[in-house]
Design a protein around this ligand. Structure first.
Ligand code: AMP
Ligand code: ZN
Length: 140
């Protein structure tokens, strides 16, 4: 637990939330600033940040809970689709530094659009070099 983390405070009951789902490791609640109404956050009860330093076993439990919440949103709100997003670092838009997945119901009428500013590689060499840098970093 991190004493000044707002999501840890929600887990401890020191701050309120509108709870959607809970198990031993995971809590899900409504985002107070929904992109679309029904937008949920799914968090590990233990404080972790960023996702890359989280133990794999705890991440597995978290992603299973994300799928449960996603199914409940689909069935309960009859959504037409879903977005599942997760940010690491302020440069990526993260505001609360406690690992969390956003599960956002999408409807044909919701009016939301992502500012997905797709770029391109200069050439295939640049693309291959980018892939090589990532591939070389894989560890056993
Ligand atoms: P991120 O930008 O990925 O860190 O997202 C943080 C999210 O937490 C935002 O969408 C906020 O609306 C949401 N949020 C912040 N404080 C609370 C809170 N007390 N209860 C519910 N959602 C919150
Ligand atoms: Zn925390």
């Amino acid at each position: 637990m991190s004493t000044d983390c707002i999501f840890c405070k929600i887990v401890k009951g020191e701050l309120p939330c509108t709870r959607i789902y809970e198990d031993e490791d995971t809590l899900a609640f409504l985002d107070i600033g929904p992109i679309v109404k029904g937008h949920c956050l799914v968090i590990p009860k233990r404080h972790h940040d960023p996702i890359t330093s989280m133990p794999a076993s705890e991440l597995q439990a978290l992603i299973v809970a994300v799928q449960k919440v996603a199914r409940a949103i689909e069935d309960g709100l009859q959504s037409d689709g879903l977005n599942i997003t997760q940010a690491n670092g302020s440069v990526a838009g993260q505001v609360v530094p406690h690992v969390h997945f956003h599960v956002i119901p999408r409807f044909t009428w919701d009016g939301h659009s992502w500012n997905w500013n797709a770029q391109s590689y200069d050439n295939t060499d640049e693309m291959a070099e980018c892939a090589r840098q990532i591939c070389d970093a894989f560890k056993d």
